[in-house]
Design a protein around this ligand. Structure first.
Ligand SMILES: Nc1nc2c(c(=O)[nH]1)N[C@H]1C(S)=C(S)[C@@H](COP(=O)(O)OP(=O)(O)OC[C@H]3O[C@@H](n4cnc5c(N)ncnc54)[C@H](O)[C@@H]3O)O[C@H]1N2
Ligand code: MOO
Length: 641
């Protein structure tokens, strides 16, 4: 085959699939795996490599179907209430139990309830029976030579029972397609090893092999390879000799140490390098020694999608199976998403049932954010012909979770706090059928989500600088006319996060104006920023006097990291963030964190369960044990309009 010049192109998904699979098909690289014989008991989930025909019938003898007496039906003819018929044991009847073989000369069974014992081995019956009454004839269940299950059938528990009953102890199944997985990257360290900056935990191969196994294949993770051309080539050789398919992870793009494509080109056919999809663009598709070899990008979301698009069909085809599709539902997209023309984007979304319709809310779009796949309920494809999708537009969602699970999910979009994670965990522990799914978009983001009807609840800590009141003024302003219930989650301590040992002796907000103190701020609109500004006003401090007031970070943790890294001496945030970065904490003020619930969702069973947990002493104790929280009003209705 001719050498192709395909270094980092940008072909459409359809063309890439076509080029890759036509080549694999034509070159015989997609052939079925061979067969192996396994014991029936070990065959659950395996795919039959040949049809299973019954060796024997089941039952293989005529069997009593009831406890009672076996008779010859003709001896009972004429029996009636007025004309009872007497039968003698051993002569014209025999006692039998369910499953017993019929004694010679018998062709029917009369249930014991219908038999009147007379003593002396004699019984009386008052109704006749017909031949084969209450008898399971030979082959009633399975007839010898009958097809029990066809070829290419995934064996289920009931199939195993039938195959055993049909006289088999072993079954010929397809060998699992073997997929060798090669993690590459000099920066990779094995899970559990100590980390220094620049080290990346080798986590992708667990996902890649898990997917292969879910699809019925067998994964073989090879020793990771540093970014070294010869070494990666050697690993590919190892993979080819041990497996049917080779997956190389990372090193797929155009970096100076990205060798995947070069290795494939040097060793075999490089068919595609670069597909117009996002994430997953730099995927490398090739064939070496008659086997598919796929380079999947290093970013975990890209790796997940590239596996789904290019490796899943191979694993299924090698087992002789069609590639299963995902269940789809229609949903309304909660907010506008801009995407680039010419690229097919796979948008991860959370889906919630809001009254009579499903709402899909976009999650993080970063290719490095594996949590976007962990949290996702589904995927929306934004076609290459579109510049994006408008807010409120109807979209098709390919589901990653069961629809029932989605229906039982409570959505909570808004500000994040570790007590929400605690609540989510408590809900799952006590009511496993319910899921609390939270997205962290800040308090104002929560208000917006409530306005757009895309969440059942929102976590809020918005201080109104005019009135000094929390949350209610914002609800009145932005959700005017809507009935909203506000429930307290907890009060949390906000304070100044300072270096361990508080080397600058910072005692409070007043010290922020000191010349030797540099501050790091939160972004405008953040609850914490509003709190700081209010405190400054109360103390009559001009923000312009604080060094670093203009330096903004977006999360508590980012502020803590700035202090830990020595970029600033102090930043306002919560105790949990200070602890996470091993900082000292100077308390400034407690802050009320509430949950807002639109009135129409309040009666929902799942929401009532959330409230029950909030009001339980056990949950309050768990919050208290985090430190920095006050639960004296947890679960209390704050009021609402
Ligand atoms: N100049 C260009 N740069 C990049 C391009 C491009 O087209 N031109 N594409 C970007 C895109 S899109 C992606 S996706 C990534 C793909 O990168 P690689 O496949 O080359 O992978 P690396 O750069 O080696 O790694 C990316 C990232 O993933 C981490 N990684 C790698 N292996 C693992 C593993 N086994 N477990 C966990 N994490 C892993 C790696 O450390 C990096 O952080 O390239 C862009 N750049
Ligand atoms: O293709 Mo990359 O996966 O977009 O980030």
């Amino acid at each position: 085959m001719k050498e192709r010049e395909v270094y980092l192109e940008n072909v459409s998904l359809a063309e890439a699939v076509d080029r890759f699979f036509v080549d694999l098909e034509e070159s015989g690289a997609l052939r079925l795996t061979g067969a192996e014989v396994v014991s029936v008991r070990q065959a659950l989930g395996r795919i039959t490599a040949e049809p299973v025909f019954a060796r024997i019938s089941s039952p293989h003898y005529s069997a009593a179907a009831m406890d009672g007496i076996a008779v010859s039906a003709k001896d009972t003819f004429g029996a009636g209430e007025k004309n009872p018929v007497r039968l003698k044991e051993g002569v014209n009847f025999h006692y039998v139990d369910t499953g017993d073989p019929l004694p010679p000369g018998c062709d029917a069974v009369i249930m014991i309830e219908e038999v009147h014992p007379l003593g002396d081995g004699e019984v009386e019956i008052v109704a006749p029976c017909s031949p084969w009454d209450n008898v399971r004839g030979i082959g009633e269940d399975i007839a010898a030579a009958e097809l029990v299950v066809p070829e290419n059938h995934r064996l289920r528990p009931q199939d195993l029972s039938a195959i055993l009953a049909a006289g088999h102890t072993a079954v010929r199944v397809r060998k699992k397609p073997r997929v060798a997985v090669i993690p590459t990257g000099t920066e990779l360290v094995n899970p559990g090893e100590p980390l220094k900056p620049g080290d990346i935990i080798e986590s992708n191969s667990a996902m890649i092999s898990g997917l292969v196994e879910e699809w019925g294949g067998e994964a073989l993770v090879l020793e990771k390879a540093e970014d070294d051309f010869e070494l990666i080539k050697r690993r590919i050789e190892e993979g080819l000799s041990a497996a049917d398919v080779v997956v190389i992870n990372a090193g797929s793009s155009a970096g100076s140490e990205d060798y995947t494509a070069k290795c494939i080109r040097a060793m075999g056919e490089l068919l595609v390098h670069g597909v117009a999809i996002k994430p997953g663009k730099p995927v490398v598709l090739g064939r070496i020694a008659g086997k598919p070899v796929i380079g999947i990008p290093g970013y975990p979301v890209s790796a997940y999608l590239a596996m789904e698009l290019f490796v899943k069909p191979i694993v299924y085809r090698m087992q002789g199976l069609p590639v299963p599709g995902r269940h789809k539902i229609r949903a309304r997209l909660s907010r506008r998403v801009v995407s680039s023309i010419g690229t097919l984007e796979f948008l991860r979304v959370k889906v919630g049932r809001m009254g009579s319709e499903f709402i899909a809310s976009p999650l993080s779009r970063g290719a490095g954010v594996i949590m976007s796949v962990v949290r996702a309920d589904g995927i929306v494809r934004i076609p290459e012909s579109r510049e994006g999708i408008e807010s409120g537009e109807s979209v098709e969602v390919e589901l990653l979770r069961d629809r029932e699970e989605i229906e039982n999910t409570v959505l909570m979009i808004g500000s994040h706090d570790v007590t929400i994670d605690l609540l989510a965990n408590e809900l799952k522990r006590l009511y496993p059928e319910i899921t609390l799914s939270s997205a962290h978009v800040g308090s104002m983001g929560g208000i917006m989500a409530l306005m757009r009807g895309e969440t059942h609840m929102a976590g809020l800590h918005l201080l109104d600088p005019e009135t000094g009141e929390y949350n209610l003024p914002y609800i009145r302003k932005y959700l005017a006319g809507r009935k909203v219930v506000l429930v307290n989650l907890a009060y949390r301590q906000q304070g100044l996060m300072v270096a361990k040992g508080n080397p600058k002796g910072i005692r409070g907000i007043e010290d922020l104006v000191r010349e030797d103190v540099t501050f790091v701020n939160r972004q405008k609109g953040a609850g914490t920023r509003i709190l700081l500004d209010l405190k400054l006003k109360e103390l009559d401090i001009d923000p312009g006097r604080i060094r670093g007031y203009g330096k903004e970070e977006y999360t508590h943790l980012a502020v803590a990291a700035a202090v830990a890294g020595g970029m600033a001496d102090a930043g306002l945030g919560i105790l949990a963030a200070a602890r996470a970065m091993d900082l000292d904490f100077v308390p400034v003020a407690p802050e009320r964190f509430d949950i807002a619930i639109p009135h129409e969702f309040y009666p929902m069973d799942s929401i009532q369960k959330v409230l029950k947990i909030l009001r339980s002493e056990e949950f309050k104790r768990k919050i208290e044990s985090l430190g920095g929280y006050d639960t004296s009003r947890t679960g209390e209705l704050i009021g609402g309009d």
